[in-house]
Design a protein around this ligand. Structure first.
Ligand SMILES: [Zn+2]
Length: 59
């Protein structure tokens, strides 16, 4: 994991959608909480949590 990845997670937090269609998770293709129109990395709650655990960006 690079520092750039940490920065992306810090600055490009997608807006959460109130209703379908939801974007697919880029890792497991499950529906996420983010709108389908969002252009960028979208992770489902599970993958988001796992990525957070792996990257552990604390600074
Ligand atoms: Zn996922």
């Amino acid at each position: 994991m690079s520092e750039d990845y940490c920065l992306i997670r810090e600055t490009a937090k997608p807006p959460k959608a109130d209703a379908p269609p939801y974007a697919e998770c880029v890792l497991c293709r499950e529906p996420t909480e983010y709108p389908e129109s969002y252009k960028g990395i979208t992770l489902c709650p599970v993958c988001e949590w796992q990525e957070a655990q792996r990257t552990a960006c604390s600074g």
